[in-house]
Design a protein around this ligand. Structure first.
Ligand code: CMC
Length: 392
């Protein structure tokens, strides 16, 4: 049926129209619903940005407080879902725990299965925004063998999350405003990024009319890979490996350029940005400030800055237009906050959630949406006759 074009990795194929996020990769521009990321990072909050992405406009004061209250009312997990965390192995990686728990939400809210029931989609939206921080904090506590706290709904979303992640039942938890502000800003920076691998996954699963929980759960799995959200953990592993090895930074860079054993400079390069990732520019500016604000100067930051310095002036990186992406500096901040490396991609998922929801809702409400079903170019055998087993 007509000409099929091969576009492995979808480098030049649009899968949808979208009014959510705009990227100009050559100019290093990123906007949510028209608002520049720099302004949102400075002036907005994660909850407000979530509203903006999902509903398309900045909320009025009344809309924002109603939205905030609705989220606060849904932070608790069903006690039976809470027990899921007991079933995972003691050192379970928090990413698959996160996606499993999100997948399980469909079983607790069976009315959520119809993607065209607008009231249920709205409820699922709020439930996801409210419960993902609780689930993420529990996945973290579980991996440490520490007790699970109940959310405190007098607190805002990020405050609540940090208390659930770091607080103890027998002690008052003192909220650290520097950490909360930094984390809130990082979540804003991650909140959407148009048709990236995980968002495309969410849309593809949803295009078969699977519900929001199932689609987001699939998106979390897509995010976990090291070429996508998993890069933020991989960057830290890389920086630590450089620090702990006998090689200096230059020797490591030579290995990257020689493509030795597929070594890549993690946190560098992007399919769309052929210029400095505007999110990385913001993170870099605040990393130093936040690390000193938290009183945690880190020698890994010096290694990272040295790697960047070399890369920005090296022909290999210049010719290929490889610049630091959002994942390059974030891990250092998460580490300073006290998160273990395997939690970094979970934090990315928390940030990306409103984008996934906004894109899924846009997809399901778009009359032009068809089930996602790419074509292929067949390169296998021609027709041949079955050989009986004794004759093979
Ligand atoms: N280090 C060394 N070389 C690289 C890197 C890197 N980080 N990234 C790309 N290259 C080279 C690559 O080897 C290729 O070289 P050549 O032309 O000689 O074959 C060229 O640059 C083009 O790379 P590509 O793999 O064709 O580009 P892509 O658009 O398919 O991949 C990417 C984009 C982000 C997967 C890739 O740059 C990468 O693997 N980066 C490291 C992982 C990473 O930081 N990922 C986070 C992405 S941003 C946030 C997110 O999505 O989570």
């Amino acid at each position: 049926t007509g000409l099929v074009t091969l576009d492995s990795g979808f480098t030049n194929t649009a899968s949808c129209t979208s009014a959510v996020t705009y990227i100009d990769g050559d100019a290093g521009v990123l906007r949510y619903r028209g608002y520049p990321i720099e302004q949102l990072a400075e002036k907005s909050t994660f909850v407000e940005t979530s509203y903006l992405l999902i509903y398309g406009h900045l909320p009025s004061a009344a809309e924002l407080s109603a939205f905030t209250e609705r989220i606060q009312r849904h932070t608790l997990l069903h006690e039976d879902l809470k027990r899921f965390f007991d079933g995972f192995p003691r050192d379970a990686h928090p990413m698959p725990v996160l996606s499993s728990a999100v997948s399980a939400l469909s079983t607790f809210y069976p009315n959520s299965l119809n993607p065209f029931d607008e009231e249920q989609v709205e409820l699922s939206t709020i439930r996801l925004l409210a419960k993902l921080p609780t689930i993420a904090a529990y996945a973290h506590r579980k991996s440490l063998g520490q007790p699970l706290l109940y959310p405190d709904n007098r607190l805002g979303l990020v405050e609540n999350f940090t208390r659930l992640a770091f607080g103890n039942p027998a002690e008052d938890y003192e909220i650290d405003p520097v950490m909360v502000k930094a984390l809130d800003q990082l979540l804003v920076l991650h909140a959407d990024h148009e048709q990236n691998c995980s968002t495309s996954t969410v849309r593809l699963v949803g295009s078969g009319q699977a519900n929001l929980f199932a689609s987001v759960s699939a998106g979390i799995h897509a995010l976990s890979g090291p070429l996508h959200g998993g890069a933020n953990s991989a960057v830290l592993d890389m920086l630590e490996a450089i620090r702990n090895s006998d090689d200096d930074v230059d020797t490591f860079m030579t290995k990257v350029k020689n493509k030795e054993k597929g070594v890549r400079l993690m946190g560098f390069g992007h399919r769309v940005y052929k210029n400095y990732d505007p999110r990385a520019a913001i993170v870099k500016k605040t990393a130093d400030q936040i690390l000193s604000g938290l009183g945690k100067r880190d020698e890994l930051l010096d290694i990272a800055m040295r790697l960047e310095e070399i890369a920005l002036h090296d022909d290999y990186f210049v010719e290929r237009k490889l610049y630091p992406n959002v994942d390059f500096y974030t891990g250092l901040i998460y580490k300073a906050m006290g998160f273990p490396t395997k939690m970094f991609t979970v934090l990315f998922a928390l940030g990306r959630l409103p984008g996934w929801i906004a894109q899924w809702r846009e997809m399901i409400n778009d009359p032009a949406t068809k089930i996602g079903r790419p074509r292929q170019v067949y390169i296998g055998e021609g027709a041949r006759d079955y050989t009986e087993i004794g004759a093979r």
